[in-house]
Design a protein around this ligand. Structure first.
Ligand code: PLP
Length: 381
């Protein structure tokens, strides 16, 4: 079945009791049993909920896995994966990670004796040099946030092949429409479904997808034992969002490509970060492992002061100044003070995340209107 058909049909059956074509929101905490231990597969809603089960099957199908496991947020999904580790284990991570991921690793899990090594995975051989007997996980984010670096997933999976190391890919920025890490050799895919999967900026949700039943069972244990599960209404919103994932992401990517080219030519802009530009260092890898180049664009200003960045950030009318990404509406953000404020300034500057860097999440509006909005904001400098 093609992806565009899967988003509508995979894992979804009309409700057997009524024929309702849309998955019902099973707003219940418990299920009546016929006799002690005799039930229909559902006992208590932290452990199983039918709305959630449908979403979990659908996500497994979209990411080419065997199991999807849903959580209350992207960070709750990450938390469950990191709980697979024990003190002394090492994780090799992409160096310009989502700020919340960096915080979870360094402020929560380091305390429990897990060691995180951050590195530039775009440089060939970096991961191979860091791998040792204690390495238990490789954590890849690609494209990265907000520098939009591209990591070659297959190359890294090949390096660790045959070892007892899990390769985890945060696929939030690409969505399964653009990139399917399990097919490239990864073991675990994680999503903040808050972003492209939900797609309408109306829900916080996370998911993990794996292709191994034993690993799925371990993660389901943490899902139930720690309890960071999503409510059925939230699962419904993600299911509904996914039905148009392919159309939304495709349009947003087209808009982003046009805006990247436009920004490149603007006299106030010094640098544009977008994997679709042929001179972008990750262009070739992106062309190989992604269907399109994504809908996130970052750029820096020629007169790169915080004041000038603030002028642009507060002058746009269609681009809303907000954290998050992946919704139908375009957003503008300032990573240094917003999404990445939890990363120390020296660490930020090391990866090129300056105080004047601006990040755009391109939506599905008319691209002419978006360009005009950016033009007016840039001319305000
Ligand atoms: C937003 C985001 C997360 C965290 O997800 P929440 O749903 O906000 O908890 C993790 N990774 C990436 C790349 C994100 O953009």
């Amino acid at each position: 079945m093609k992806f565009e058909t899967k988003v509508i049909h995979a894992g979804i059956e009309p409700d057997p009791s009524t024929g309702a074509i849309m998955t019902p929101i099973f707003q219940t905490s418990t299920y009546v049993q016929d006799a002690p231990g005799v039930h229909k597969g559902y006992e208590y809603a932290r452990t199983q909920n039918p709305t959630r089960s449908v979403l979990e099957s659908q996500l497994a199908a979209l990411e080419m896995g065997t199991d999807g496991i849903c959580f209350a947020s992207g960070l709750a999904a990450m938390d469950a994966i990191l709980k697979l580790l024990t003190p002394g284990d090492e994780v090799i991570c992409t160096n310009d990670l989502y700020g919340g991921s960096y915080r979870l690793m360094t402020k929560v899990f380091e305390k429990y004796g897990i060691i995180f090594k951050f590195c530039d995975m775009t440089i060939a051989g970096t991961v191979a040099k860091l791998v040792n007997i204690k390495t238990k996980m490789i954590w890849i984010e690609t494209p990265t946030n907000p520098m939009l670096n591209v990591v070659d997933i297959k190359e890294i999976c090949d390096i660790i092949a045959g070892r007892d190391i899990l390769c985890v890919v945060d696929n939030t920025f690409a969505s399964p429409y653009l990139q399917q890490p399990l097919e490239l050799g990864a073991d675990v895919v994680i999503h903040s479904a808050t972003k492209y999967l939900g797609g309408h900026s109306d829900v916080i949700h996370g998911a993990v997808i794996v292709k191994d039943k034993d690993l799925a069972a371990k993660l389901r244990f943490y899902q139930n034992a720690c309890g960071a599960v999503p409510g059925p209404q939230d699962c419904f919103l993600v299911l509904r969002g996914i039905k148009t994932l392919h159309i939304r992401v495709q349009r947003a990517c087209e808009n982003a490509a046009a805006i990247a080219v436009y920004l490149e030519k603007h006299p106030a802009v010094s640098k544009v970060y977008f994997p679709g530009l042929t001179y972008h260092p990750g262009h070739e890898v992106a062309a190989k492992q992604m269907k399109m180049f994504g809908a996130m664009v970052s750029f820096d200003l020629k007169q790169n002061s915080v004041e000038n960045a603030n002028k642009v950030l507060s002058s746009t009318k269609l681009f809303s100044l907000a954290e998050s990404l992946g919704g139908v509406e375009s957003l503008i953000g300032h990573p240094a003070s917003m999404t990445h404020a939890s990363i120390p300034r020296e660490e930020r500057l090391k990866v090129g995340l300056t105080d004047s860097l601006i990040r755009l999440s391109i939506g599905i509006e008319a691209v002419e209107d978006l360009m005009e909005d950016l033009n007016e904001a840039l001319n305000s400098i």
